[in-house]
Design a protein around this ligand. Structure first.
Ligand code: ZN
Length: 376
Protein backbone atom coordinates (compact mmCIF):
# COMPACT_ATOMS: atom_id res chain seq x y z
CA UNK A 1 0.00 0.00 0.00
CA UNK A 2 1.14 3.47 -0.80
CA UNK A 3 0.05 6.90 0.34
CA UNK A 4 0.51 8.35 -3.10
CA UNK A 5 -0.85 7.50 -6.48
CA UNK A 6 1.91 6.18 -8.71
CA UNK A 7 2.46 4.34 -11.97
CA UNK A 8 5.35 2.07 -12.80
CA UNK A 9 6.01 0.53 -16.20
CA UNK A 10 7.28 -3.06 -16.12
CA UNK A 11 7.74 -3.87 -19.80
CA UNK A 12 7.01 -2.64 -23.29
CA UNK A 13 6.53 -4.51 -26.56
CA UNK A 14 6.42 -2.17 -29.54
CA UNK A 15 4.17 0.67 -28.38
CA UNK A 16 2.31 -1.59 -25.94
CA UNK A 17 3.03 -1.27 -22.22
CA UNK A 18 2.36 -3.26 -19.06
CA UNK A 19 2.70 -1.87 -15.57
CA UNK A 20 1.06 -1.21 -12.22
CA UNK A 21 -0.90 1.75 -10.91
CA UNK A 22 -0.59 1.91 -7.12
CA UNK A 23 -3.36 3.54 -5.11
CA UNK A 24 -4.26 3.61 -1.43
CA UNK A 25 -6.99 1.06 -2.19
CA UNK A 26 -4.84 -1.43 -4.03
CA UNK A 27 -2.97 -2.02 -7.25
CA UNK A 28 -4.30 -1.86 -10.78
CA UNK A 29 -2.54 -4.09 -13.27
CA UNK A 30 -2.27 -2.49 -16.70
CA UNK A 31 -3.44 -2.77 -19.41
CA UNK A 32 -6.63 -2.71 -17.32
CA UNK A 33 -10.27 -3.10 -18.25
CA UNK A 34 -12.71 -1.32 -15.91
CA UNK A 35 -16.25 -2.71 -15.68
CA UNK A 36 -18.86 0.03 -15.49
CA UNK A 37 -20.90 0.41 -12.30
CA UNK A 38 -23.13 3.24 -13.48
CA UNK A 39 -25.62 3.47 -10.60
CA UNK A 40 -23.29 2.13 -7.87
CA UNK A 41 -23.66 -1.42 -9.18
CA UNK A 42 -22.27 -3.45 -12.05
CA UNK A 43 -25.67 -4.65 -13.16
CA UNK A 44 -26.51 -8.29 -12.31
CA UNK A 45 -23.23 -8.81 -10.40
CA UNK A 46 -22.26 -8.79 -6.73
CA UNK A 47 -19.08 -6.76 -6.12
CA UNK A 48 -17.24 -9.89 -4.96
CA UNK A 49 -18.21 -11.59 -8.23
CA UNK A 50 -16.84 -8.64 -10.22
CA UNK A 51 -13.61 -8.95 -8.25
CA UNK A 52 -13.56 -12.72 -8.91
CA UNK A 53 -13.52 -12.04 -12.66
CA UNK A 54 -10.18 -10.27 -12.12
CA UNK A 55 -11.24 -6.62 -12.11
CA UNK A 56 -8.90 -4.33 -10.14
CA UNK A 57 -10.97 -1.15 -10.54
CA UNK A 58 -14.52 -0.07 -11.35
CA UNK A 59 -15.92 2.97 -13.07
CA UNK A 60 -18.77 5.02 -11.57
CA UNK A 61 -20.84 7.63 -13.38
CA UNK A 62 -21.01 11.11 -11.86
CA UNK A 63 -24.06 12.14 -13.87
CA UNK A 64 -26.19 9.21 -12.68
CA UNK A 65 -25.04 9.32 -9.07
CA UNK A 66 -25.48 13.10 -8.68
CA UNK A 67 -29.12 12.73 -9.73
CA UNK A 68 -29.85 9.53 -7.80
CA UNK A 69 -29.22 8.98 -4.91
CA UNK A 70 -27.12 12.23 -5.00
CA UNK A 71 -23.45 12.64 -4.13
CA UNK A 72 -24.32 14.36 -0.85
CA UNK A 73 -26.35 11.34 0.32
CA UNK A 74 -23.56 8.93 -0.67
CA UNK A 75 -21.06 11.10 1.25
CA UNK A 76 -23.29 11.06 4.36
CA UNK A 77 -23.42 7.27 4.09
CA UNK A 78 -19.63 6.99 4.07
CA UNK A 79 -18.72 7.37 0.41
CA UNK A 80 -19.22 5.31 -2.73
CA UNK A 81 -16.87 2.44 -1.80
CA UNK A 82 -18.74 1.71 1.43
CA UNK A 83 -22.15 2.42 -0.11
CA UNK A 84 -21.70 -0.16 -2.89
CA UNK A 85 -19.47 -2.58 -0.94
CA UNK A 86 -16.42 -2.27 -3.23
CA UNK A 87 -13.23 -1.49 -1.31
CA UNK A 88 -10.88 -1.43 -4.29
CA UNK A 89 -10.14 1.57 -6.56
CA UNK A 90 -12.95 3.46 -8.27
CA UNK A 91 -12.60 5.86 -11.18
CA UNK A 92 -15.44 8.31 -11.73
CA UNK A 93 -16.12 10.11 -14.98
CA UNK A 94 -16.82 13.84 -14.85
CA UNK A 95 -20.43 13.75 -15.98
CA UNK A 96 -19.54 15.80 -19.05
CA UNK A 97 -20.14 13.11 -21.62
CA UNK A 98 -23.40 11.84 -20.15
CA UNK A 99 -24.91 15.25 -19.54
CA UNK A 100 -24.53 15.85 -23.28
CA UNK A 101 -25.96 12.47 -24.24
CA UNK A 102 -28.72 11.93 -21.64
CA UNK A 103 -29.94 15.20 -20.14
CA UNK A 104 -32.56 17.40 -21.74
CA UNK A 105 -32.77 21.19 -22.07
CA UNK A 106 -28.99 21.54 -21.95
CA UNK A 107 -27.43 24.99 -22.02
CA UNK A 108 -23.69 25.07 -22.56
CA UNK A 109 -21.79 28.21 -21.48
CA UNK A 110 -18.23 29.06 -20.48
CA UNK A 111 -19.26 28.38 -16.90
CA UNK A 112 -20.56 24.85 -17.51
CA UNK A 113 -23.74 23.04 -18.48
CA UNK A 114 -27.22 23.68 -17.10
CA UNK A 115 -29.62 20.82 -17.71
CA UNK A 116 -32.75 18.99 -16.68
CA UNK A 117 -32.56 15.50 -15.21
CA UNK A 118 -33.68 12.71 -17.55
CA UNK A 119 -35.25 11.06 -14.48
CA UNK A 120 -37.54 13.74 -13.06
CA UNK A 121 -36.88 16.94 -14.99
CA UNK A 122 -35.22 18.66 -11.99
CA UNK A 123 -32.74 21.42 -12.84
CA UNK A 124 -28.99 21.02 -12.26
CA UNK A 125 -25.66 22.58 -13.11
CA UNK A 126 -22.40 20.82 -13.90
CA UNK A 127 -19.20 22.82 -14.11
CA UNK A 128 -15.56 21.92 -13.53
CA UNK A 129 -15.90 23.04 -9.90
CA UNK A 130 -19.15 21.17 -9.28
CA UNK A 131 -17.83 18.01 -10.96
CA UNK A 132 -14.72 18.06 -8.74
CA UNK A 133 -16.95 18.58 -5.68
CA UNK A 134 -19.22 15.64 -6.60
CA UNK A 135 -16.31 13.29 -7.33
CA UNK A 136 -14.77 14.26 -3.97
CA UNK A 137 -18.06 13.57 -2.17
CA UNK A 138 -18.18 10.16 -3.84
CA UNK A 139 -14.62 9.47 -2.64
CA UNK A 140 -13.39 8.46 -6.06
CA UNK A 141 -9.73 7.37 -6.29
CA UNK A 142 -9.28 8.55 -9.87
CA UNK A 143 -11.12 11.75 -10.73
CA UNK A 144 -11.67 12.88 -14.31
CA UNK A 145 -11.54 16.49 -15.50
CA UNK A 146 -14.82 18.03 -16.60
CA UNK A 147 -14.76 18.26 -20.38
CA UNK A 148 -16.98 18.68 -23.39
CA UNK A 149 -17.08 16.04 -26.08
CA UNK A 150 -18.54 17.13 -29.41
CA UNK A 151 -20.49 14.48 -31.32
CA UNK A 152 -18.70 13.44 -34.51
CA UNK A 153 -18.90 14.26 -37.34
CA UNK A 154 -18.39 17.94 -36.55
CA UNK A 155 -16.56 20.70 -38.44
CA UNK A 156 -12.91 21.10 -37.56
CA UNK A 157 -13.68 24.59 -36.28
CA UNK A 158 -16.34 23.27 -33.91
CA UNK A 159 -13.98 20.53 -32.69
CA UNK A 160 -11.22 23.12 -32.12
CA UNK A 161 -13.52 25.49 -30.17
CA UNK A 162 -14.80 22.62 -28.07
CA UNK A 163 -11.28 21.31 -27.37
CA UNK A 164 -10.09 24.78 -26.24
CA UNK A 165 -13.12 25.11 -23.95
CA UNK A 166 -12.25 21.68 -22.50
CA UNK A 167 -8.66 22.86 -21.90
CA UNK A 168 -9.89 25.94 -19.99
CA UNK A 169 -12.13 23.59 -18.01
CA UNK A 170 -9.13 21.29 -17.43
CA UNK A 171 -7.28 24.19 -15.75
CA UNK A 172 -10.36 24.98 -13.63
CA UNK A 173 -10.69 21.29 -12.73
CA UNK A 174 -7.03 21.20 -11.66
CA UNK A 175 -7.47 24.35 -9.54
CA UNK A 176 -10.68 23.05 -7.93
CA UNK A 177 -9.24 19.57 -7.27
CA UNK A 178 -6.40 21.03 -5.21
CA UNK A 179 -3.92 18.80 -3.43
CA UNK A 180 -5.47 15.50 -2.32
CA UNK A 181 -2.78 12.94 -1.46
CA UNK A 182 -3.82 9.43 -2.48
CA UNK A 183 -6.30 10.70 -5.05
CA UNK A 184 -5.48 11.23 -8.72
CA UNK A 185 -6.78 13.69 -11.29
CA UNK A 186 -6.66 12.75 -14.98
CA UNK A 187 -6.73 15.26 -17.83
CA UNK A 188 -8.66 14.46 -21.01
CA UNK A 189 -7.22 15.05 -24.47
CA UNK A 190 -9.71 16.20 -27.10
CA UNK A 191 -9.33 17.33 -30.70
CA UNK A 192 -11.43 14.87 -32.70
CA UNK A 193 -9.62 13.23 -35.59
CA UNK A 194 -7.30 16.19 -36.28
CA UNK A 195 -3.66 15.54 -35.43
CA UNK A 196 -2.74 19.20 -34.83
CA UNK A 197 -5.65 19.67 -32.43
CA UNK A 198 -4.74 16.49 -30.52
CA UNK A 199 -1.16 17.75 -30.22
CA UNK A 200 -2.30 21.20 -29.04
CA UNK A 201 -4.61 19.60 -26.47
CA UNK A 202 -1.88 17.28 -25.14
CA UNK A 203 0.57 20.18 -24.85
CA UNK A 204 -1.89 22.23 -22.82
CA UNK A 205 -2.68 19.29 -20.51
CA UNK A 206 1.01 18.62 -19.91
CA UNK A 207 1.54 22.30 -18.99
CA UNK A 208 -1.23 22.01 -16.39
CA UNK A 209 0.11 18.65 -15.18
CA UNK A 210 -1.99 15.59 -14.31
CA UNK A 211 -1.53 12.18 -12.68
CA UNK A 212 -2.77 10.44 -15.81
CA UNK A 213 -4.14 11.32 -19.22
CA UNK A 214 -7.22 10.15 -21.09
CA UNK A 215 -7.78 10.10 -24.81
CA UNK A 216 -11.32 11.47 -25.02
CA UNK A 217 -13.71 12.05 -27.87
CA UNK A 218 -13.26 8.63 -29.45
CA UNK A 219 -15.65 5.66 -29.55
CA UNK A 220 -18.46 8.12 -30.28
CA UNK A 221 -19.48 6.63 -33.60
CA UNK A 222 -16.44 7.41 -35.76
CA UNK A 223 -15.71 3.74 -36.44
CA UNK A 224 -12.73 1.54 -35.59
CA UNK A 225 -10.59 2.63 -38.53
CA UNK A 226 -10.84 6.33 -37.67
CA UNK A 227 -10.29 5.57 -33.98
CA UNK A 228 -7.16 3.53 -34.67
CA UNK A 229 -5.82 6.21 -37.01
CA UNK A 230 -5.98 8.71 -34.11
CA UNK A 231 -4.49 6.16 -31.71
CA UNK A 232 -1.61 5.66 -34.14
CA UNK A 233 -0.24 9.04 -32.99
CA UNK A 234 -2.27 10.51 -30.08
CA UNK A 235 -0.87 8.40 -27.18
CA UNK A 236 2.63 9.46 -28.30
CA UNK A 237 1.78 13.09 -27.42
CA UNK A 238 1.25 12.08 -23.79
CA UNK A 239 3.91 11.55 -21.09
CA UNK A 240 5.37 8.04 -21.08
CA UNK A 241 5.52 7.82 -17.30
CA UNK A 242 1.79 8.40 -16.71
CA UNK A 243 -1.18 6.08 -17.36
CA UNK A 244 -3.10 6.57 -20.61
CA UNK A 245 -6.81 5.90 -20.54
CA UNK A 246 -9.04 5.39 -23.57
CA UNK A 247 -12.59 6.23 -22.51
CA UNK A 248 -15.58 4.10 -23.48
CA UNK A 249 -13.76 1.32 -25.37
CA UNK A 250 -14.81 -1.20 -26.41
CA UNK A 251 -15.26 -4.46 -28.26
CA UNK A 252 -12.51 -7.05 -27.71
CA UNK A 253 -10.79 -6.22 -31.01
CA UNK A 254 -10.94 -2.48 -30.19
CA UNK A 255 -9.24 -3.23 -26.88
CA UNK A 256 -6.48 -5.30 -28.48
CA UNK A 257 -5.84 -2.61 -31.10
CA UNK A 258 -5.77 0.13 -28.46
CA UNK A 259 -3.31 -1.79 -26.27
CA UNK A 260 -1.08 -2.34 -29.30
CA UNK A 261 -1.08 1.45 -29.72
CA UNK A 262 0.01 2.23 -26.15
CA UNK A 263 -3.23 2.49 -24.13
CA UNK A 264 -3.14 1.36 -20.46
CA UNK A 265 -6.76 1.62 -19.27
CA UNK A 266 -10.19 1.20 -20.80
CA UNK A 267 -13.84 0.97 -19.74
CA UNK A 268 -17.03 -0.06 -21.48
CA UNK A 269 -20.59 -1.11 -20.66
CA UNK A 270 -20.47 -3.65 -23.48
CA UNK A 271 -19.66 -6.88 -21.59
CA UNK A 272 -22.30 -6.22 -18.92
CA UNK A 273 -24.92 -4.76 -21.26
CA UNK A 274 -24.49 -7.58 -23.79
CA UNK A 275 -24.85 -10.09 -20.97
CA UNK A 276 -28.37 -8.82 -20.34
CA UNK A 277 -29.37 -9.04 -24.01
CA UNK A 278 -28.27 -12.62 -24.65
CA UNK A 279 -24.93 -11.76 -26.27
CA UNK A 280 -21.78 -13.55 -25.16
CA UNK A 281 -18.22 -12.56 -26.04
CA UNK A 282 -15.88 -15.51 -26.39
CA UNK A 283 -12.44 -16.28 -27.75
CA UNK A 284 -14.28 -17.35 -30.92
CA UNK A 285 -16.15 -14.08 -31.28
CA UNK A 286 -19.73 -13.17 -30.46
CA UNK A 287 -22.32 -15.84 -29.62
CA UNK A 288 -26.05 -15.06 -29.66
CA UNK A 289 -27.50 -17.36 -27.00
CA UNK A 290 -31.04 -16.55 -28.19
CA UNK A 291 -30.36 -18.53 -31.35
CA UNK A 292 -32.37 -21.78 -31.71
CA UNK A 293 -29.18 -23.73 -32.54
CA UNK A 294 -28.36 -23.75 -28.80
CA UNK A 295 -31.63 -25.21 -27.47
CA UNK A 296 -30.48 -28.85 -27.45
CA UNK A 297 -26.75 -28.17 -27.05
CA UNK A 298 -25.36 -29.72 -23.81
CA UNK A 299 -21.91 -28.16 -24.33
CA UNK A 300 -20.67 -25.09 -22.43
CA UNK A 301 -20.47 -21.67 -24.04
CA UNK A 302 -16.69 -22.01 -24.12
CA UNK A 303 -15.16 -25.29 -22.96
CA UNK A 304 -11.87 -23.60 -21.99
CA UNK A 305 -13.49 -20.84 -19.91
CA UNK A 306 -13.41 -21.27 -16.13
CA UNK A 307 -16.27 -18.89 -15.29
CA UNK A 308 -19.35 -20.27 -13.46
CA UNK A 309 -21.53 -19.98 -16.58
CA UNK A 310 -19.18 -22.20 -18.59
CA UNK A 311 -18.15 -24.54 -15.77
CA UNK A 312 -21.63 -25.52 -14.61
CA UNK A 313 -24.18 -24.74 -17.33
CA UNK A 314 -24.92 -25.81 -20.90
CA UNK A 315 -25.71 -23.66 -23.90
CA UNK A 316 -29.17 -25.24 -23.78
CA UNK A 317 -29.68 -23.95 -20.23
CA UNK A 318 -28.38 -20.48 -21.02
CA UNK A 319 -30.70 -20.41 -24.04
CA UNK A 320 -33.65 -21.55 -21.95
CA UNK A 321 -33.24 -19.05 -19.10
CA UNK A 322 -32.82 -16.20 -21.57
CA UNK A 323 -35.99 -17.21 -23.44
CA UNK A 324 -37.86 -17.62 -20.17
CA UNK A 325 -36.80 -14.13 -19.03
CA UNK A 326 -35.14 -15.52 -15.90
CA UNK A 327 -32.78 -13.18 -14.01
CA UNK A 328 -30.06 -15.80 -13.85
CA UNK A 329 -29.64 -15.36 -17.60
CA UNK A 330 -28.23 -11.84 -17.24
CA UNK A 331 -26.23 -12.89 -14.20
CA UNK A 332 -24.48 -15.81 -15.89
CA UNK A 333 -23.82 -14.11 -19.23
CA UNK A 334 -22.56 -10.93 -17.56
CA UNK A 335 -20.22 -12.99 -15.40
CA UNK A 336 -18.94 -14.85 -18.44
CA UNK A 337 -18.45 -11.66 -20.46
CA UNK A 338 -16.59 -9.86 -17.67
CA UNK A 339 -14.48 -12.98 -17.08
CA UNK A 340 -13.63 -13.16 -20.77
CA UNK A 341 -12.66 -9.47 -20.87
CA UNK A 342 -10.41 -9.83 -17.81
CA UNK A 343 -8.84 -12.98 -19.20
CA UNK A 344 -8.10 -11.08 -22.41
CA UNK A 345 -6.41 -8.31 -20.37
CA UNK A 346 -4.37 -10.90 -18.46
CA UNK A 347 -3.30 -12.48 -21.75
CA UNK A 348 -2.27 -9.07 -23.11
CA UNK A 349 -0.29 -8.25 -19.97
CA UNK A 350 1.55 -11.56 -20.05
CA UNK A 351 2.24 -11.32 -23.79
CA UNK A 352 3.67 -7.79 -23.44
CA UNK A 353 5.82 -8.86 -20.48
CA UNK A 354 7.17 -11.80 -22.50
CA UNK A 355 7.73 -9.74 -25.64
CA UNK A 356 5.23 -11.92 -27.53
CA UNK A 357 2.40 -9.50 -28.26
CA UNK A 358 2.48 -10.02 -32.04
CA UNK A 359 1.95 -13.78 -31.65
CA UNK A 360 -0.80 -13.22 -29.10
CA UNK A 361 -2.62 -10.81 -31.39
CA UNK A 362 -2.27 -13.21 -34.34
CA UNK A 363 -3.81 -16.06 -32.33
CA UNK A 364 -6.54 -13.73 -31.04
CA UNK A 365 -7.64 -12.84 -34.58
CA UNK A 366 -7.19 -16.38 -35.97
CA UNK A 367 -9.53 -17.94 -33.40
CA UNK A 368 -12.16 -15.24 -33.97
CA UNK A 369 -11.94 -15.79 -37.73
CA UNK A 370 -12.57 -19.52 -37.20
CA UNK A 371 -15.77 -18.54 -35.43
CA UNK A 372 -18.04 -20.38 -33.00
CA UNK A 373 -17.96 -24.18 -32.69
CA UNK A 374 -20.07 -26.08 -35.24
CA UNK A 375 -23.71 -26.67 -34.25
CA UNK A 376 -24.47 -30.24 -33.14
ZN1 ZN B 1 -17.31 -18.46 -19.40
Amino acid sequence: MTERFSFSLHATDGKARTGTISTTRGEIRTPAFMPVGTAATVKAMLPESVRATGADILLGNTYHLMLRPTAERIARLGGLHKFMNWDRPILTDSGGFQVMSLASLRKLTEEGVRFSSHIDGSKHMLSPERSMEIQKLLGSDIVMCFDECPALPATEEAVADSMRLSMRWAQRSRDAFGDRPGHALFGIMQGGVTRELREESAKKLKEIGFDGYAVGGLAVGEGQEAMFSVLDYAPGFLPEDKPRYLMGVGKPDDIVGAVERGIDMMDCVLPSRSGRTGQAWTRRGQVNIKNARHQDDPRPLDEDCTCPACRSYSRAYLHHVFRAGEMISGMLLTWHNLHYYQELMQGLREAIAAGGLDDFVRRFHALRTEGDIEPL
